[in-house]
Design a protein around this ligand. Structure first.
Ligand code: 13P
Length: 256
């Protein structure tokens, strides 16, 4: 059985001072609890320290929002896998549509980053998703399949145990518009079938597939109840300790 993964992507929000408050708030809600779900928060690099410190006695793990594919050296402005691990990160988000759109993260670059992060022991939340135009033209499955293929053709089946895929339709990110549970389920099932085709032996163990795009307490239950929706990658609603922990509670209820 795949347990649910609830991940908060703080994006470019919450510097060290605010992150200290937010992670302390999340800690207050979740510390001391034994959860069936896996829970992760992904602050900006400069706020990792505050989150790791405040969440060290909680079931919540900490992740980053990007990583470079080289070990170290003359790469001004970049952060390596070993730096993330030294800072206490267990996860990294890669391939987010905002990085694809604004920071030149092509399929090729993303593939290198995913491969490197997995090789160095990080769990990767690898994001895919179509734009509104592509959905209107009914190209969404083709687009998502292309994004997945570009990365997983560089991975081995053993790498799958450190891989989570996040389906985030670009038109649902930060817009308040959510994919319907049926749209999410349809795409998640499509992704799972595709992975099963590519990787015969991971069929039953299963890579988790998260939904992302305006997930919040009000719609989390119907999304998380879908058979192939194994969790959420949450932006806006993860910036509020109450909303985030409510989504975790919903995930717990579904699994009990
Ligand atoms: P929102 O939840 O704010 O729509 O963001 C989703 C997202 O991009 C998470 O990575």
């Amino acid at each position: 059985m795949r347990s649910i993964l609830i991940a908060g992507n703080w994006k470019m929000n919450a510097g060290p001072v605010e992150a200290d408050k937010l992670s302390a708030g999340i800690n207050e809600k979740l510390a001391g609890r034994t959860l069936k779900s896996d829970v992760v928060v992904c602050p900006p690099f400069v706020s990792l320290h505050a989150a790791v410190k405040n969440l060290k006695d909680s079931p919540v793990q900490v992740g980053a929002q990007n990583v470079h594919f080289e070990n170290n050296g003359a790469y001004t402005g970049e952060i390596s896998t070993s730096m993330l691990q030294e800072a206490g990160c267990k996860y990294v988000i890669l391939g987010h549509s905002e990085r694809r759109e604004y920071f030149g993260d092509t399929d090729e670059v993303i593939a290198k980053k995913v491969k490197k992060a997995i090789a160095d022991g990080l769990n990767v939340i690898f994001c895919v998703g179509e734009k509104l135009e592509e959905r209107k033209q009914e190209k969404h499955q083709k687009v998502v399949m292309g994004q997945i293929k570009a990365v997983i053709e560089h991975l081995t089946e053993e790498d799958a145990s450190q891989l989570t895929i996040a389906y985030e339709p670009v038109w649902a990110i930060g817009t308040g518009e959510t994919a319907t549970p049926e749209q999410a389920q349809e795409m998640h099932q499509f992704i799972r079938n595709y992975l099963n085709e590519m990787w015969s032996t991971v069929q039953l163990s299963g890579v988790r597939i998260l939904y992302g795009g305006s997930m919040k307490p009000a719609n989390a239950e119907e999304l998380l109840k879908q058979e192939d929706v194994d969790g959420g990658l949450i932006g806006g609603a993860s910036l509020d300790a109450e909303s985030f922990s409510t989504i975790v509670d919903i995930a717990e209820k579904i699994q009990s």
